[in-house]
Design a protein. Structure first.
Length: 149
């Protein structure tokens, strides 16, 4: 006999993990649409944002910042290099490290990136404060989960 009541069954719409998953899918779709005219993927866009903040970063620094391992990041950087967005070169100080730098083409995309952020903001239909609070809450959640993983 099944003693488990219907109320004990987890409901999909009540799950935080599903809300995050569904929001990620929606956000990815918005970014995919906005980045397509720039011939960028979302992952490439994230790498460019890291380099726009501080150019000439090692692969390990970029990976740490984006929480990506080198097995994921290396093929991504190869494609970006082939597309003329970045260059990769061995570090002069330590040849074990590869330094990634923006090309002129990669730098030029920075001026167009503001429009992407503006469009994402508009699509969210949230206030600046709401989005800032949400980002802060998600960062806290990520940090707590990482500590307990």
């Amino acid at each position: 006999m099944n003693t488990k009541s219907r109320h004990d069954t987890p409901r999909l719409d009540a799950q935080l993990c599903f809300a995050l998953y569904a929001a990620n899918l929606a956000m990815s779709k918005v970014y995919r649409t906005l980045l397509k005219p720039l011939n960028l993927t979302y992952s490439q866009y994230l790498v460019l944002m890291v380099l726009w903040q501080e150019d000439h970063r090692s692969v390990s620094e970029i990976g740490e910042r984006l929480q990506l391992d080198s097995a994921t990041l290396t093929p991504l950087l190869k494609r970006m290099d082939a597309a003329g967005l970045v260059t990769r070169a061995r570090s002069r100080e330590d040849e074990r490290h590869v330094v990634v730098s923006l090309t002129e083409k990669g730098r030029e995309l920075e001026s167009r990136a503001g429009a992407v952020q503006d469009a994402v903001f508009c699509a969210s239909q949230c206030s600046v404060d709401e989005l800032g609070d949400l980002r802060d809450q998600l960062q806290r959640l990520r940090n707590h989960l990482a500590e307990n993983a």
